[in-house]
Design a protein around this ligand. Sequence first.
Ligand code: HEM
Length: 443
Amino acid sequence: MSESATIANLPLPPGSRGLPLLGENLEFIRSPAQFISTRRARYGDVFSTHILGSPTVYLLGPEANRWIFAGEGKYLQNQWTAGIRQLLGQQSLAMINGDEHRERRRLLLPHFSQESMRGFVPTMQAITERHLEEWANHAGVLTIYPAVQALVFEIAVTLILGDGRDVDQPYLNKLFHTWTEGLFTPLTLNWPVTTFGRAMQARKAMFGYIEQLVRRRMRRDKQPDDILAALLATRDEAGNPLPVEAIVDEVQLLLFAGHDTTVSALSAMLLLLAQHPKVLAQARAEQSQFAPDEPLTPDQFRRMPYLLAVINESLRYIPPINGAFRVTTQDVAFGGYRIPEGWTIAVSIRGTHRGEPWAEADNFMPERWLADPKPPMGSFIPFGGGPRVCLGTNFALVEMSVVLTLLLRRYTWELEPNQDLSYQLLPTPRTRSGTRVTFRQRS
Ligand code: HEM
């Protein structure tokens, strides 16, 4: 029997399609974590549903993740929800596929290597020092989430778009936030009064503004050391520069991809450290090997295995991106089931991090990383995997290391009582209270 005939004989994965038109959206949006755990308990690691406008199959576990990441461009490709497809730039890395995606990544990767991050550390340090000082001078209780948002936005804008003198950051920040609110709305009606419609208006203004900045920079002789300069200098094998539209779309994608993710991660790390005093004490103790005012360098971070364990464990415990989507480009078989062409495949990053092979998966235990720093392939995927693995992994790791190191060396933060620290998971995990603390300079 041919392979396609064998696949045709397999059953579809078990599951339910929910209500006509609505599918199982309401349950999914109310609590994505519970949505997955109840179905996993009922059907196992492969189940089908209908969410965000498509028949969807969840494939859970490291083996499934390896199969999905290996299938890019062979039996599946990247898939964004209808809303995100309209909000992202069509020429950006996240939206292009196949050879075009491979070639663009080849051009961009050198600018995101560990070595390229070296030059960014002093800027990250200077911006972070200024923000942390403001946090400590802030009268009364500090809400971590918006404070981290302002810090991460300034770092991203400065290192992606320039030294900031050219950029109206409050204006761009406002557009960016209205745009972000449209990303996960289940209804993508583009009307002036809807969240999605307002996000589309913000999109137009934001892309127009970034294009102005890019064109202004193209006329400058001396470029600052930032990612936009690298994008402007990029040449393909024939010596052609990237088209302006692609540069604008890429800048916008980088601001988006690197912002809410890092904000969510750093906010979770501050909360987890406050909730685990022994972990906090050990992380502080590791910093005592350095002189307090020694400027930060990537080489110093290599001498902080415990800090890396805290970062990894936080990314495992509260991954900033809950999951990712792909679409099948042909009928395929996985786990004894048939998945028809055109169905969505969902990777659950959160579900992966809370299942096998993780022992005591619901406990926050950085020390597990000291015992075993390399978990099995496909079991730790905060940055995704395969050809679409996060382009900004090194950027994010260095940025988080800078912020945490300065916090550990110089500041204390204590949780305020009576606040709701439960998490809402979409679009990226954040506590319902925003995490309120008293924040002080260490004596
Ligand atoms: C803790 C912080 C971050 C996390 C957890 C994270 C996570 C992810 C994940 C899971 C993906 C893959 C999505 C998929 O497979 O569909 C991704 C893609 C991407 N990320 Fe990140 N990210 C972070 C920070 C950043 C930063 C700082 C940047 C840029 C400065 C960035 C740029 C990108 C880009 C451009 C892609 C698309 C890659 C492609 O499609 O080829 N990310 N990220």
